[in-house]
Design a binder for this molecule. Sequence first.
Ligand code: SF4
Length: 263
Amino acid sequence: MENINLSHSRADTFCGRQIYYRDVEKKVWVENYYTAMGHICEAGVNAELQNRMSGVEGRGIAEEMQKVMEDLLPKIPKEDERNSVRQDFPPAIISVEKYIATIDYTPLRVQEYFNFHMDGHDEKEHPVKGCVDIVAERNGHPLIIDLKRKKAPIKRDNYGYRMQVALYSLWLMQARNLDSIPSTEIHILLSGKDPQVWNVGVTVEDMYEAVYRLRDLGWRLSNNYFPMARGHILCSPKWCNFWDQCHIDNFDGLNDLISNIKP
Ligand code: SF4
């Protein structure tokens, strides 16, 4: 098996068997309404930030979002989801415009990719790869921002988001030789409304846990351990692209089950 990267999204995947289908069997994970709307909104914000960084108003917000939508629509297999994307496009533009109006930081990099080894340069070790939405500065202090798009504001701390920006903080501290933990914020674009800013306030313990999760994922990949998450709320035909495949592959008839039982 090729050396699969460690990443926040892989470590955060609730079902090990999904990782198997996606990364070992290389089955395509199709776009859906949620992934498409996220990409569309991100394109609008990125266009504005690129304009600010370059000092040239070269990229139109709505045009960039429209381009991404047109690219993604044919990749969404379900018609009702394609219709929802079209329907939610105008409020998505409003949410991006409202976000842009609130920007109080200086963007330094958008979509910055990183790649490092956690435990030295052991060739057997899975490399850690990821992409930070926005690396910025506010009042001279480093700031990491992750963009999300939601229909309603979040009401409580989200562990997955915390682990995500904790990993990014660790990388930024090493890459930029920082001596204190950068500020970490989740910026949530809300359909047609003002954005929500969630200040995560990453701690050293969060960074330890983020590393621990990746080490745990590395062990699972090295040992071909891909447990199913049947019974999880997201284990359903609606949310899992591999539902049919998984139910065909992972089943023994009653005779087999009984014959394997020994007193
Ligand atoms: S059907 Fe359930 S167990 Fe199987 S891959 Fe999907 S989420 Fe995992």
